[in-house]
Ligand binder design. Sequence first.
Ligand SMILES: CC(C)(COP(=O)(O)OP(=O)(O)OC[C@H]1O[C@@H](n2cnc3c(N)ncnc32)[C@H](O)[C@@H]1OP(=O)(O)O)[C@@H](O)C(=O)NCCC(=O)NCCS
Length: 161
Amino acid sequence: MLSLRALTIANIDEVFAVYADLPRFFTLLTGEPAVPRAYVEEEISVGPPGHEKMFLGVYEGAELLGVVDILPSYPTVGRAWIGVFLIAERHHRRGLGRAGVALVENLARERGALEVSLGVELVNTSGRAFWAACGYRPTGEQFETEVLGKALRAEVLRKQL
Ligand SMILES: CC(C)(COP(=O)(O)OP(=O)(O)OC[C@H]1O[C@@H](n2cnc3c(N)ncnc32)[C@H](O)[C@@H]1OP(=O)(O)O)[C@@H](O)C(=O)NCCC(=O)NCCS
């Protein structure tokens, strides 16, 4: 039974443990298997100015398995944006990501969103396959992003709720 719970900087140790268990993902994006603690602290606490950001844990019982951040009204009311969505590597392919996304979509709906969008790096082919399996479609809209100084190109995916 999965649940979403709000996380703050006080949860840094357990959140950092999730980020530390994603060596394949971070090697793909940055060339390094791990990210510094300061990077994770920023992920928890920094969002686009003027927009609410919810940084949530994906829990199975008391165990934190993954994290997600959602901007419930971004860029405008009625449109939600998923920032980061991570499941620790040792839990992959158990259906947790799909179940976690369903919880996030319920939350977005409760907050009045009619659609959910996100950006996925073009190099992240498994991430794209995951989002496709969850019903997210490419929009063709691309943008430049950056992870720890590494420039990456990403595409916006979208799902109507
Ligand atoms: C992407 C991610 C969240 C998927 O989490 P997960 O719990 O393993 O995903 P699920 O088990 O719910 O998979 C659901 C479906 O997505 C697809 N999928 C998931 N991982 C995949 C992979 N590595 N390759 C291809 N398809 C994949 C499959 O269709 C899968 O269904 P199946 O297992 O019945 O074939 C996880 O791999 C992750 O955290 N990756 C690193 C971060 C990332 O890429 N985040 C998303 C991009 S922003």
